[in-house]
Ligand binder design. Structure first.
Ligand code: CP
Ligand code: NVA
Length: 331
């Protein structure tokens, strides 16, 4: 099979044309269908992939490991305590070492510059498994999930994102939606809206794709969208002290039954996960004890309700991450 993106790194959505971005989705759907039909062909047989996680992960790590195993590749997991990266060995040195041993490298951490440096110096394709600026593998899973749950093509589908939109998820969603020609509504208080440079880039892509981009602080603007997304109010690496301000600023943007009804009777709920939707976790307990809130960014009734497609979305991390590795390393 011919893989036109062979040898490319996967660092942020904007490194790809709108057409290339759509290609990853088509490939993911083919790979998903093949896995379910028992006809999957292994394109990564004998390859070695390094997985560097400087932050926690459930879905992304497991998706890389299972996708690699399905495709006949081997993974090596490196956590912050399991390597010298950052403490006594620089990114530049680590990149040059790993590039001699591995065929591809996944990286998750705060700093986008690190994943960019790894790509420039290792000489092998590098995959961004989340930085503070972008979460591109998540975007493919989100788009595939919307494609599967919408009767319309993505270019006629609308989604909203409510909450902290100035961090990785909000930034990536506005760009990915623009690249796919979708209607994107970001509803967030001004200080939590995506920065101007990201909105400008989204508008450039929207010109090419026919997308519509709406950035507003008005929750009413989500009326009629097909999908409602949100994310944790406090992201990995942020100080616990920001919770007070987040709760007071973002409470009007919490995804409740009323918000879902405002979107429309057929609107679906999406979340990259993990989510604070009840008090069954340490964070959920703290939110209940301190703010009297059962769940933060989403009400439990929405998360657990019939309009929630979050676990389909989580499964699609596997198929889309597989597509990223097959497209760039397949042979
Ligand atoms: N959505 C996501 O990236 O999940 P993990 O943090 O579990 O990888
Ligand atoms: N914004 C979240 C996304 C987690 C998948 C974080 O960075 O922690």
């Amino acid at each position: 099979m011919d893989f036109p993106l062979h040898g490319r790194s996967f660092l942020r959505e904007l490194d790809f044309t709108n057409e290339e971005w759509a290609y990853f989705l088509d490939l993911a759907l083919d790979l998903k269908n093949a896995k379910h039909a028992g006809t999957e062909v292994q394109y990564l047989r004998g390859l070695n992939i390094a997985l560097i996680f400087e932050k926690m992960s459930t879905r992304t790590r497991c998706a890389f490991e299972v996708a690699a195993a399905d495709q006949g590749a081997h993974t090596t997991y490196l956590d912050p305590s399991g390597s010298h990266l950052g403490y006594k060995e620089s990114v530049a040195d680590t990149a040059r070492v790993l590039g001699r041993m591995f065929d591809g490298i996944e990286y998750r951490g705060d700093d986008q510059c690190v994943v960019e440096d790894l790509a420039h110096l290792s000489g092998v394709p590098v995959f961004n498994g989340l930085t503070d600026l972008w979460h591109p593998t998540q975007m493919l899973a989100d788009a595939l999930t919307m494609k599967e749950h919408s009767a319309k093509p993505l270019s006629e589908t609308a989604f909203a994102y409510l909450g902290d939109a100035r961090f990785n998820m909000g930034r990536s969603l506005v760009i990915s939606g623009a690249m796919l020609g979708m209607k994107v509504v970001i509803a967030a208080p001004p200080q939590y809206q995506p920065p101007a440079d990201v909105v400008d880039e989204a508008r450039v892509r929207a010109e090419q794709s026919g997308a519509e981009i709406i950035i507003t602080d008005d929750v009413e603007a989500i009326a009629g969208v097909d999908f409602v997304h949100t994310d944790m109010w406090v992201s990995m690496g942020e100080d616990e002290a920001v919770w007070d301000e987040r709760v007071s600023s973002l409470l009007p943007y919490r995804v409740t039954e009323e918000v879902m009804n405002l979107a429309g009777p057929d609107a679906k709920f999406m979340h990259c996960l993990p989510s604070v939707h009840d008090n069954m976790t340490t964070v959920g307990e703290q939110v209940l004890a301190k703010y009297g809130l059962m769940g933060a960014e989403v009400q439990n009734a929405v998360f657990e309700g019939p309009r929630s497609v979050v676990f389909d979305q989580a499964e699609n991390r596997l198929h889309t991450i597989k597509a990223v590795m097959v497209a760039t390393l397949g042979r």
